[in-house]
Write a protein that binds this ligand. Structure first.
Ligand code: AMP
Length: 208
């Protein structure tokens, strides 16, 4: 099962990816996580990620395709955060990668601004909290491990607004790219609870 989870920043891709990998035992390819790990030893990349701009297509495409060629991806995978431009989608197709389904999580900009503003993350697992709507049991600590939560450097008001602008301009056209292909594109309501959304995604996967 090769799945693209697509949507704007803060739409819940990370949470759904976590649930999918647990349910289907598939590897996840989360380009934001890969880049953040790389940025720890690359100040230039760190600054770019903090700004909310996208990294160059060539760089990310090579990284993703190399990852997809690994044996654990043979059974399938979850792509979260990729492709993020039409060029990246074209690259994937030229590389011979045909996904089985794409889920597009729809969430209004107003809701996204609210969610991203209070977001806290457990870096090691990808678990996502929100200080307003989904706080950890103990402030600043992950519920399962007790480890400290972080606020992403690109979750500042300025960077959030820029990321949404980049999403609408450069990333949203990818939906149309796949809608005009043979790959099923399913638009789902990302404003429902994570549990309800996951049930909907699971039901759709079983149907397809
Ligand atoms: P995310 O965690 O998915 O919000 O990604 C964080 C940042 O990583 C983005 O704002 C971009 O700077 C970069 N990034 C992640 N995925 C991609 C991609 N497919 N293409 C270009 N830049 C990306």
């Amino acid at each position: 099962m090769k799945i693209i989870l697509f949507g704007p920043p803060g739409s819940g891709k990370g949470t759904q990816t976590q649930r999918l990998i647990q349910a289907y035992k598939l590897p996840k390819i989360v380009t934001g996580d890969i880049l953040r790990a790389k940025a720890k030893t690359d100040p230039q990349l760190q600054a770019l990620l903090g700004s909310g701009d996208l990294v160059p297509d060539e760089m990310i495409c090579e990284m993703v395709c190399e990852r997809l060629s690994k044996p654990d991806c043979r059974r399938g995978y979850i792509l979260d955060g990729f492709p993020r431009t039409v060029k990246q989608a074209e690259y994937l197709r030229e590389y011979g990668v045909e996904v089985d389904i794409m889920f597009v999580l729809k969430v209004s900009d107003r809701e996204l601004l609210k969610r991203l503003g209070g977001r806290q993350i457990h870096e090691a697992s990808g678990r996502v909290y929100n200080i307003h709507s989904c706080p950890p049991k103990e402030p600043g600590k992950d519920d399962e491990t007790g480890e400290p939560l972080i606020t992403r450097k690109d979750d500042t008001e300025k960077a959030i607004k820029h990321r949404l602008e980049v999403y609408h301009r450069a990333t949203e056209p990818v939906v149309n790219f796949y809608q005009t292909s043979s790959i099923p594109v399913v638009i789902v309501d990302g404003e429902q609870t994570p549990g309800k959304l996951f049930s909907e995604i699971q039901a759709l996967l079983e149907k397809n």
